[in-house]
Design a protein around this ligand. Sequence first.
Ligand code: 13P
Length: 250
Amino acid sequence: MRQQIIAGNWKMHTNLAEATILVEGLKKALAEAKTEREVVVCPPFTGLSTVCDLADETTIRVGAQNMHYEVSGAFTGEVAPTMLTDLGCHYVILGHSERRQYFGDTDELINKKIKAAFANDIVPILCVGESLEQREANETQAFIDSQLEQGLVDLTAEQVGQMVIAYEPIWAIGTGKTATAEQAGEVCTAIRKKVASLFGADAAEAVRIQYGGSVKGSNAKEILSQADIDGALVGGASLKVEDFMAIITA
Ligand code: 13P
C-alpha cells in the first residue's frame, strides 16, 4: 500500500517569523488530528534551516523547491544537494512548471537534478503537466509522456519506485481552476501506465503520484479518493495551518 503524501509548496512566500508560526501551528494541529498521510513542507531556501530544526523529531518532513546537480563548485546563487541533506531535508521538488517556464529548467537539466538527488539520498518530487493549449489540442498525454521519458532517463526501476511524481496541469496552478477529480485521476492513471511501460510493474505500483493545482479543503477528498492519486502538492492553501490541515485530514 502506498502512503499518501500531502506536500506544501510555499513557493516564494514566508519570512522566518511567518515560517516559524506556520510550522509550529502545523505541529500542534497534527498532534491533535492524527493522520495516516505523510506531511511535507517545502519552504524557500532561507527558511529551510529553521523549518528543519522545528520539524526535527516530528512526523513533518521537509523539502526544498529546487537544487543544483553538482555537490559544490563555482555556481553563484545555487544550492547543492549536500547542503540540503546537511540541514535535514528529505525531499526536493524538481521540474515545477514555474521553474520550467521562468527559469528555463529543461527536461535534460531536471534529469540531472533527479540523479543528483538520488546520489545524495534526497527523494525527488518530479512535477509534470500540460498547458491549457496542450490540453485543448489533445496533447496532454503525449506531452506528459515525453516529460517522463526525458526526465527519468537512466534511472533504475528501484529509484523510480521510490520517487514522487506530481501531476500539475499548468492551467490549474494558482488559478482557482481545479481539474475535476476524474480529469486528474485519468492523467495520474496514464502516468502510472507510462511508468510501467518504462520501468516495469513494480516501479509503477510503488511510485507515488500526487495531483497539484488549486487543491483546497473543499475538493481534496474527492481528488484523494481517486485510485491512482496518492497525495497532493499544494501551493496557496499550504500557507495557512487551517487550510492545509483541511486537506491533510480530508
Ligand atoms: P496552487 O495550489 O496555489 O494552485 O499551486 C499548486 C502548485 O503549483 C504546487 O506546486
